[in-house]
Write a protein that binds this ligand. Structure first.
Ligand SMILES: C[S@@+](CC[C@H](N)C(=O)[O-])C[C@H]1O[C@@H](n2cnc3c(N)ncnc32)[C@H](O)[C@@H]1O
Ligand code: SF4
Length: 491
């Protein structure tokens, strides 16, 4: 029996949306869109039909197995009223809802995010809150129109209400910087971020820092009349640079934008093996408010398995050294679903982290990304959906024990169990940049290799994107061309 799922659309073309949703139900099966109006004798055939009639608008899904119709579901589009929602989106939702209703009994798993497949689910809650809907109304819509579970609905509402304290009032002149440092001590096997192992050729790093410093200085003129709200130096691993180079980048920002009274300055000090007294001393003395020290896991065997060449001791000692230096906010990133890890392993990681008592905890669910070594190793890496869910629940409970609240959330493609990444924080210690970047209610200028700038237009509640070059040589050679584009983009 073929594993292939064939999909035929009639009366509409929402291929991408349908593909993403069907893949949630059948993550390991091939999905093929067909033009032929035919029911195939093998595998599953799904017909998604938009019936657009004067008296009736219907979204219909028919599911066939081995040539026989086994289920049909029907959504009456005229019955859907979501205040302020454009017709185009209502139709798309109705088509997805009818697919969901048809497939949900075919699989033995919950689909807690319902028909939502996007990266930024909290945005729809903000949209509804902006239109004046109250929590009860929003809850009702998320359940009936999006098929989102009660738990996720509550999570979305909790996060949105914390975020709104930081997002509003909107200001078209406010912006943040994301500064990318694409170098790391070595490459972890799960990672697909732009990051080069720093190696012995430090000249290319020097050259990169020169270009970056130039880009920062030139942005002063480009952003004239606006004010810099937050700065995030990420990567890669910024602390894999020499201390004097990272210091040069930080002080260039601080000196160039000294009139802006920057509210938050984060440096991802990610890999514990890049931290020592000198580096942490420099970060503290240059006025960095928030750093990340990322264990990913507290199990030594997993660290080896994922090619992260530091030990648990260095995570703990770097953290304690950072505490001694008096950092206000320390974040820790972990990943659940790492190869070979059980629920007990995750519980152990969380206990170790609890004893360190960081201010923020960011929980990632492993995403098997194209371009990562892990995916290409061809081993069976899968943690069962039930285990992933249990791990995620454990992190939720532990964050609550640590008096932390969820404050931002995003989802990724290829994420295990089709779940989510959640940032937790002690109250009042939330990372404002993470909220701005995720909810897209503020302009973010991306500096450095592959960074993406996004301008926000509050009046139209929309963003425009402009990516930087992704090739190191091109980024340095064509920096003036890039700056001209940024100037035109802003003006
Ligand atoms: C851009 S990385 C940089 C962090 C820093 N270099 C480090 O390794 O600690 C930010 C975070 O993304 C998460 N991450 C990276 N690749 C991931 C993947 N394939 N699946 C889930 N989380 C991932 C890790 O938790 C990591 O700390
Ligand atoms: S996880 Fe961090 S240290 Fe590892 S390769 Fe990715 S960016 Fe570099």
């Amino acid at each position: 029996m073929s594993d292939l799922i064939r999909v035929r659309m009639e009366g509409h073309d929402n291929r991408h949306e349908l593909y993403e949703l069907i893949r949630v139900f059948f993550p390991n099966r091939g999905i093929e869109f067909v033009d032929e109006d035919k029911v195939f004798p093998d595998g599953l055939t799904i017909k998604s039909i938009l019936m657009d009639r004067i008296d009736k608008n219907l979204a219909i899904t028919r599911l066939y197995r081995g040539g026989d119709l086994i289920k049909e579901s029907l959504v009456n589009i005229d019955d859907i009223h979501i205040e302020g929602y454009p017709t185009r989106k209502i139709i798309r939702n109705a088509l997805k809802k009818s697919i969901y209703d048809c497939l949900i009994d075919e699989v033995e798993m919950d689909i807690p995010w319902g028909i939502l497949t996007g990266i930024r689910p909290i945005k729809i809650v903000h949209e509804m809150m902006d239109r004046g809907l109250d929590e009860k109304e929003i809850e009702g819509i998320l359940a009936s129109e999006f098929r989102i579970s009660r738990d996720k609905t509550q999570l979305m509402l909790d996060i949105a209400s914390i975020q709104r304290r930081h997002i509003y009032p909107l200001d078209r002149d406010k912006y943040s910087f994301y500064i990318g440092i694409p170098f790391c001590p070595s490459r972890c096997s799960y990672c697909s971020f732009p990051a080069f192992a720093i190696g012995k050729d430090y000249d290319r790093v020097k050259n990169y820092v020169d270009t970056l410093v130039y880009e920062i200085q030139e942005l002063k003129g480009i952003m004239e009349g606006k004010w810099l709200n937050t700065v995030y130096i990420g990567g890669g691993t910024p602390t894999s640079l020499r201390v004097e180079d990272l210091e040069r980048i930080i002080t260039t920002v601080k000196d160039t934008f000294k009139d802006d009274d920057i509210r938050e300055f984060t440096v991802e000090a990610g890999r514990p093996d890049t931290l020592n007294d000198e580096m942490l001393g420099m970060l503290k003395s240059t006025g960095i408010d928030r750093i990340s020290i990322n264990p990913q896991t507290m199990n030594p065997r997993t660290l080896d398995r994922i090619g992260r060449y530091h030990d648990i001791k260095s995570t703990i000692s770097s953290y304690q050294l950072a505490k001694d230096h008096g950092f206000d906010i320390i974040n820790m990133d972990i990943i659940i679903g790492l190869p070979g890890e059980s629920i007990q392993d995750v519980a152990h990681t969380l206990e170790e982290i609890e004893s360190l008592d960081p201010d923020n905890l960011t929980v990632h669910t492993l995403a098997l990304k194209r371009g990562s070594r892990l995916l290409n190793q061809g081993k069976d890496l899968s943690t069962s959906a039930d285990d992933i869910r249990a791990m995620l629940e454990l992190t939720e409970a532990k964050a609550a024990d640590m008096k932390m609240f969820p404050y931002y959330l995003y989802r990724q493609k290829q994420i295990l169990g089709n779940l989510e990444n959640v940032g937790y924080s002690k109250l009042g210690k939330e990372c404002i940049y993470n909220i701005s970047m995720m909810e897209e209610k503020e302009t973010v200028m991306g500096l450095g290799l592959g960074a993406v700038s996004k301008i926000y237009f509050p009046d139209e509640d929309r963003i425009e994107r402009l990516p930087n070059f992704k090739d190191l040589g091109e980024y340095s050679r064509r920096i003036d061309e890039l700056l001209l584009k940024k100037k035109n983009f802003i003006s």
